[in-house]
Write a protein that binds this ligand. Structure first.
Ligand code: SF4
Ligand code: SF4
Ligand code: FES
Length: 335
């Protein structure tokens, strides 16, 4: 079959701006996007730069954006990529997002691996030296098995909406890896890890956009790991931060009125006069643009939500798990 590719080319050492280049290749029906790129490079243009190795979705080196969606080129069939396009349109291939381009489809992974290093991705046992080999019960490892499947491809980092605007965020894959170590019974540094992850740039900066869950080729579900880390951090007492306050206020306003009160949640997420002052301008702008209703329109049935909440939530709303809307991202760093 004939396949058309449109590849984003850029060499920071020679080009001022990126350009799109088209290739037409002939491939068997079962070919992948990586097969198409290799065919184009090997037979038509040896200057096309891309990274790959296993061609079997194991090594994690061929993450890129295909028709705007992050994923592994060796796991994406040409047929599948074409299905989402108008007839005859070229498959658009770009480098992975949120990372600097080295050349064409090759990105600099140093920032990503630096963040993985930052979460201390190794076991740190505490207590006396074990007398013999530490055999972990199978059940304990079942919990972390999904997160251990990560191949560090960076597709989730490429798709993350927060990393698009804030490079300080640790990001989905490093946080999923952090979760793997807090869950491992051989690790003794849970408390320190949870404290570190509760700081700005950590677990409370995720906006629950689901992108990392959608694109991960190994079903690691980073966002779910982040939510679990939040629950554990709050249980461990790390509640003096905007994200945790936001999460608690979110739950408490629903418990009190059966509905979400964004203004109150925003106010309660902030800490102290200085933070209030810092966000006063944003509050005033939101008010002027009608984004902060002073009075909410009544919602039929809201009180029933309150009843349902009372019937299902633990006695104290402060002890419930982080709300789905909680976190810095839910209100733009708590405002
Ligand atoms: S769910 Fe959170 S970590 Fe995952 S892509 Fe969205 S913002 Fe990033
Ligand atoms: S979590 Fe998934 S998408 Fe992210 S680096 Fe690991 S395998 Fe790749
Ligand atoms: S070439 Fe190894 S994951 Fe694609």
């Amino acid at each position: 079959m004939q396949v058309r590719l449109s590849v984003k080319r850029f060499n920071p050492e020679a080009d001022r701006t990126p350009r799109w280049q088209e290739y037409a290749v002939d491939l068997p029906e079962h070919a992948t996007v990586l097969d198409a790129l290799l065919e184009a490079r090997d037979l038509q243009d040896e200057t096309l730069a891309l990274r790959c190795s296993c061609r079997s979705h194991i090594c994690g080196s061929c993450a890129m954006r295909i028709n705007g969606r992050s994923g592994l080129a060796c796991k994406t069939k040409v047929e599948e990529a074409r299905r989402r396009l108008p007839d005859g349109a070229a498959i658009r291939v770009e480098p992975a997002g949120n990372m600097p381009v080295v050349k064409d489809l090759i990105v600099d992974l140093n920032g990503f691996f630096g963040k993985v290093q930052a979460i201390q991705p190794y076991l740190q046992p505490t207590g006396p030296e074990p007398e013999r080999e530490y055999i972990v019960p199978n059940e304990a490892m079942l919990t972390v098995r999904e997160a251990m499947a990560c191949i560090l491809c960076g597709a989730c980092m490429s798709a993350c909406n927060v990393l698009e605007v804030d490079d300080r965020f640790l990001g989905p894959a490093p946080l999923a890896k952090a979760w793997r170590f807090t869950e491992d019974p051989r690790d003794g540094k849970d408390h320190d890890r949870l404290e570190m992850l509760s700081a700005p740039g950590g677990i409370w900066d995720c906006t629950h956009c689901f992108q990392c869950v959608e694109v991960c080729p190994k079903d690691v579900k980073p966002m779910e790991r982040i939510l679990e880390l939040r629950r554990r951090a709050m249980e461990a007492g790390f509640t003096d931060n905007n994200g945790s306050r936001h999460s608690q206020a979110f739950v408490e306003t629903i418990a009190a009125s059966g509905r979400l009160d964004e203004t109150r949640v925003a106010m309660r997420s902030l800490h102290g006069f200085d933070e209030m002052l810092e966000w006063a301008g944003v509050g005033a702008k939101s008010l002027l643009r009608g984004k902060v209703p002073l009075r909410h329109k009544p919602i039929p049935g809201a009180l029933r939500v309150k009843e349902i909440f009372r019937a299902t939530a633990p006695a104290s709303p402060r002890r419930v798990a982080p709300a789905a809307g909680g976190g810095h991202g839910g209100t733009g760093h708590g405002a």
